[in-house]
Design a protein around this ligand. Structure first.
Ligand code: COA
Length: 177
């Protein structure tokens, strides 16, 4: 069955919250996530309730679900959104068994198209931990361009770490009359 990549409904955000709360310390380490910085489940859900109340143009985050055979197998989130300009994306196949099968790169390609359309983007960044091979390879495979490797605190749930910045840009307008 083909992959379905679509905006996540509010009732489905538990996929994201459960994924992080159920991850092992080792997996969170791979992601560059500090477990002590994860919001509690109820607080996290409350934040999404508030986000989903806002019009798309004012959202701080946009959530996308990846479905295969009708089941949610992964997700992406966009944050640091400047509507009409740029955003940052994150990528996760939740079922470990399905990783490495080409599903991540395929879903990233579809997700990029969704973000560009919904957020009217000119460019989209992704900054995985520099030592986390899978997303770095998947992004390159999905058409992202390497920008640089540097140290930063990528987001509120992360610790200070080396990340790799990747970017994908909207096609410049062609000069056809
Ligand atoms: C990152 C992730 C979404 C990629 O999806 P995936 O289904 O595993 O990746 P794909 O099978 O589409 O592989 C894409 C490319 O990465 C390579 N790759 C994937 N996993 C790899 C691994 N563990 N080691 C080395 N290369 C790997 C594949 O060989 C493929 O390369 P190619 O295009 O040269 O053939 C998935 O691995 C995942 O969810 N990982 C855990 C969460 C995570 O690390 N998220 C990143 C946070 S920013």
């Amino acid at each position: 069955m083909p992959l379905v990549v679509r905006e996540m409904a509010l009732e489905e955000v538990g996929l994201v919250i459960d994924y992080f709360h159920r991850s092992t310390p080792e997996h969170l380490e791979t992601l560059g996530v500090d477990p002590t910085r994860l919001p509690g489940r109820r607080e996290w859900r409350g934040r999404y309730d508030a986000e989903y109340d806002k019009p798309l143009e004012q959202r701080a985050t946009l959530l996308v679900i990846w479905e295969e055979d009708g089941a949610g197998v992964g997700f992406s989130t966009a944050d640091k959104i400047v509507h009409g300009e740029q955003a940052h994306m994150h990528l996760h196949v939740v079922d470990e068994q399905r990783r490495g099968s080409g599903i991540g790169a395929a879903c990233v390609r579809k997700t990029v198209a969704l973000y560009f359309e919904a957020l009217k983007l000119r460019r989209l960044f992704c900054e995985p931990n520099a030592f986390n091979v899978a997303p770095n390879r998947a992004l390159q495979s999905a058409g992202f361009r390497y920008v640089k490797t540097y140290k930063t605190v990528p987001g509120p749930i992360n610790y200070h770490q080396a990340v790799t910045r990747w970017v994908i840009e909207a096609e410049p307008p062609t000069a056809t009359a």
